[in-house]
Write a protein that binds this ligand. Sequence first.
Ligand code: S3P
Length: 166
Amino acid sequence: MPAKSEVIVLIGPMGVGKTTVGRKLAKSLKLPFQDTDAIIARNHGPIPEIFSNLGEDEFRKFEEAALLEALGDPGVVATGGGAVLSALNREKLKAVTVVYLSTNGRHIASRLRGGKRPLVKNGAEDWKRIYNERKPTYESVADLQIDTSGQSLATTVAEIKKRLEL
Ligand code: S3P
């Protein structure tokens, strides 16, 4: 596995902007970018179909394999919001730099539209409940927490670079 400082992993709730921030951060650092949801979709098909055909437990197994694959090379990795639920994943994350993108949730609802997230069928209500349940886990896994509330994704990228001295 590459050195801790060579892999930056973004964690945080659904819709916070992990993929967009990760892609921009990777580009500005001239590093490869990977996204665990994209790896899962590439290997197993669309995420909503995995949830409806195989169930969440099977999805979480695919997610463990995807994270392992993503952590194999230096770069920036965006994870799905539930990746930290796995003890195996949390153990793996100890070896890399973990950045938690937190939010007060005010600008999230519009990003959840489109039906691609099986766990938020009831929209903001589901999102809030899930985020509240997972907050302590995000905090315990993170090396660095960035509050993204009310700031642009570009500002978030700049703040990550500044705070990691990159
Ligand atoms: C999930 C988050 C999603 C995706 C799946 C489950 C979760 O990724 O992995 O729908 O459990 O929080 P995003 O965080 O990119 O939306």
